[in-house]
Write a protein that binds this ligand. Structure first.
Ligand code: CA
Length: 243
């Protein structure tokens, strides 16, 4: 990738048939500097994906002509472009199916467009770490890390031990693992871990961190990989103790 690629805005395709929702998403993404195209049907989406390269697809599950899942399945036959599903509030099944058939994340309606934009940034950072965070060395270059997050299985392995985590704990750990050493505020953690972030719930982050630490300690006593930064938040260890 050329050194200039970091300056090029990522292209995102937004597939959503509800014009007002679509407009809000486009507004939030463009405010974040992304180049955005839209499609209102599954057919248009597949046409757009055939015609041009996108770094991310945001895909409504409920489209007029086919489901977002069908669009995803077709896309996955030829491309691994990261994809965020927009799902209806009620359907847990949709979320699970969405991740199983190749979605990278999902956002439940109604959602905050800013949160969606934050998820988009997070996914693009993971997908293009060289382009968006030139200072971050690829994990592979440092040898196998003690903490391995398997997005597709929603599973974390810690020193070879699969952890039994709640959805919230999984998402917290995933956020940490994506940026070792980065200090996250409670608000940022809540945005990443909760499906319905609510400022009054910030304290619950502390509770989840506590249970998460207990699970990590169970799997590997003697190491606390989550660092508390007083008055600021939490981070994941950047340099692991020799084991
Ligand atoms: Ca829809």
């Amino acid at each position: 990738m050329s050194p200039n690629s970091a300056a090029m805005p990522a292209r995102i395709l937004v597939v959503e048939d509800e014009p007002s929702i679509c407009e809000n998403i486009v507004y939030a993404l463009e405010a974040d500097g992304f180049a955005v195209e839209t499609a209102g049907t599954g057919f248009q989406a597949l046409e757009a994906l055939r015609a041009g390269a996108f770094q991310l697809v945001i895909l409504d599950v409920g489209l007029p002509d086919m489901t977002g899942f069908e669009v995803c399945k077709t896309l996955r036959q030829s491309s691994q472009t990261p994809l965020i599903f927009l799902t209806a509030r009620s359907s847990e099944v949709d979320r699970v199916v969405g991740l199983e058939i190749g979605g990278d994340d999902y956002v439940v309606k109604p959602f905050s467009p800013r949160e969606l934009a934050a998820r988009a940034r997070a996914i693009l950072r993971r997908a293009r770490p060289d382009a968006l965070e030139p200072e971050a060395a690829p994990a592979a270059a440092r040898g196998a890390p003690p903490l391995v997050v398997d997005e597709t299985r929603c599973q974390v392995t810690y020193y070879g031990v699969p952890l039994a985590l709640t959805r919230y704990e999984f998402r917290l750990l995933r956020a940490f693992a994506a940026h070792p050493g980065r200090v996250f505020s409670r608000e940022q953690l809540m945005e990443r871990a909760s499906e319905e972030p609510d400022a009054s719930m910030e304290r619950t982050v502390d509770t989840h961190i506590k249970t998460l630490r207990a699970r990590l300690r169970e799997a590997r006593p003697g190491i606390d990989p989550i660092v508390t930064h007083r008055g600021m938040g939490y981070s994941l260890l950047e340099t692991w103790p020799a084991s």
